[in-house]
Design a protein around this ligand. Structure first.
Ligand code: BG6
Length: 486
């Protein structure tokens, strides 16, 4: 609920890439749409020396490069006049006192504050401590909310530590842990598809679904993030957060409401139902690989064993999903950038007709998260002018056709505005992050202690043959829509 108080958005790590590329374009777009609070200002805080003017012009360069909408110069000038910069260190009490003074002066009474941690993860517990010491997190009429970027920890122990550390100063309802996948329209549409329609839910279980596939493929390699990525790898970078979030949304029970805790309770229940893997299960059900040429990337150790691709077969042990495998895969330097979820239904129990290619094709519901966002429904139809031959046809909904090409906003826009309005449904809760790490840790440990060599895959492929073998063993193939059309 808006309380009418002035709202400040303080970005730590403001001189970095994220601020210029995502945060400012998203806030500006919210402003253009009239969704920002009446009185607000944005304060950039960072090590780099900037005057307000220089900071604004640095952000304007970003807007011109990264905004997906038309930027009107008067509107930008209006918005930019609300942006300020304060140079400071992340571990110096004096600098935090200066920030506190500047904020109180502007607010002139009570005010709301959102603190955004766009810094490297190592420094934000310190920042939160200093904000606490200087009483900038005390809610004295206005709210205080802290947005934390991923990665949230590097394993279960560090995530628990981090949670304990920040809970010393903040209540859980003040913490907004970002997973930008949850800000994507198409990801939110998973819930709409399931729970705003009656036709899918009765079928959404082990009686009708054969298996579920989740693919998040990227065409780019590690680009300029070699050093960071090499210490992280695909499991921490993509699976612990994005892919497990997607799985939770597909597999969760209907929540009683869309309220943050109701929704997150259901997601946590799914994570708790995923069967943890021991070393033997990892050897059987997890594939890791590295793209050829990765070792020559800038910032990557020449002996690195960091996987840039992984595929998993997961089992969800509950009544709804018992026996339905969930196959997940993600990697860099693959053939295409594509994120999609395929829900494959069981074959008809008794075949009366001949499929045109000789293979009966089961029904599929495919949620295209990106690009070409939409939902496809694949079913069998009669081939005209045959006695009873069938062929798969595709009924499709495309966002671009129904809502226009520019209808889909940047994921951060929704997440930033939700933080301002105090809606945490699309943010991950402490127990959710920890449960996810509890699933990933044993896989990483098993990989670290194996003497098995790390397989390599070709840049521009769909990953290593072993990832195909993971499904072939169960008599299945990755039903990549595009790949099938080739
Ligand atoms: C980030 C990862 O969280 O997600 C990146 O750190 C990855 O490595 C990115 O490239 C993918 O996001 P999107 O929105 O482009 O699918």
């Amino acid at each position: 609920m808006a309380n009418g108080l002035p709202t400040s958005i303080i970005i730590f790590g403001a001189s970095g890439d994220l601020t210029q590329r995502k945060l400012i374009p998203s806030l500006f777009n919210g402003y253009r749409k009239g969704r920002m609070p009446k009185q607000f200002r944005i304060v950039g805080y960072g090590n780099t020396a900037f005057t307000d003017e220089a900071f604004r012009s640095h952000l304007e360069d970003g807007i011109k490069k990264f905004a997906s909408f038309e930027v009107k110069s008067e509107q930008w000038a209006e918005f930019a006049s609300k942006i300020f910069y304060l140079q400071g260190k992340y571990d110096t009490l004096d600098d935090f006192e200066k920030l506190s003074e500047a904020m109180s002066k502007w607010e002139d009474g009570a005010g709301n504050r959102m603190y955004y941690m766009a810094t490297p993860p190592g420094v934000f517990p310190n920042i939160i401590d200093l904000l606490g010491i200087t009483e900038q997190l005390t809610e004295n009429g206005g709210w205080r909310r802290v947005v934390i970027e991923k990665p949230f920890g590097t394993d279960l122990a560090s995530a628990k530590n981090l949670n304990q550390q920040i809970h010393r100063t903040l209540n859980e309802n003040q913490i907004y842990r970002i997973d930008h996948y949850l800000g994507k329209e198409t990801v939110q549409n998973i819930l709409i598809t399931r729970f705003a329609n009656t036709i899918f839910e009765p079928l959404w279980n082990r009686n009708y679904i054969d298996h579920v596939e989740i693919t998040v493929a990227e065409k780019v390699g590690v680009e300029h993030r070699g050093k960071f990525y090499d210490g992280v790898g695909v499991m921490r970078d993509m699976f612990q957060n994005h892919l497990l979030q997607l799985l939770s949304l597909v597999a969760m029970e209907p929540p009683s409401s869309f309220e943050a805790n109701a929704l997150r309770n259901e997601k946590v229940k799914v994570l708790c139902s995923i069967r943890p893997m021991n070393a033997e299960a990892v050897a059987q059900n997890a594939v890791r690989s590295q793209y050829k040429g990765y070792l020559q990337e800038n910032g990557v150790s020449p002996e690195s064993k960091t996987p840039t691709f992984a595929a998993l077969k997961l089992q969800v042990d509950n009544w709804r999903w018992q026996g339905v495998p969930f196959y997940l895969r993600s990697g860099k330097a693959l053939k295409e950038k594509v994120s999609q979820i395929t829900v494959q239904f069981k074959e008809p129990p008794h075949l009366l007709f001949n499929a045109s290619n000789g293979i009966p094709t089961p029904n599929m519901l495919i949620l295209f998260l990106q690009p070409d966002e939409g939902v496809h429904w694949r079913f069998e139809a009669k081939v005209p002018d045959t006695i009873s031959e069938t062929r798969s046809v595709d009924m499709e909904f495309k966002y671009a056709d129904s809502f226009g090409k520019t209808a889909i906003p940047e994921a951060y826009e929704r997440l930033l505005l939700d933080t301002i309005t105090g809606d945490a449904s699309l943010f991950t809760r402490a127990d959710e992050v920890e449960t996810a790490w509890g699933l990933i840790d044993p896989i990483l440990e098993a990989w670290n202690s194996t003497s098995q060599p790390l397989a390599a895959y070709d840049v521009g492929s769909w990953g290593p043959a072993k990832a195909d073998a993971l499904l072939a063993r169960d008599g299945k193939i990755w039903s990549m829509w595009e790949a099938r059309k080739e």
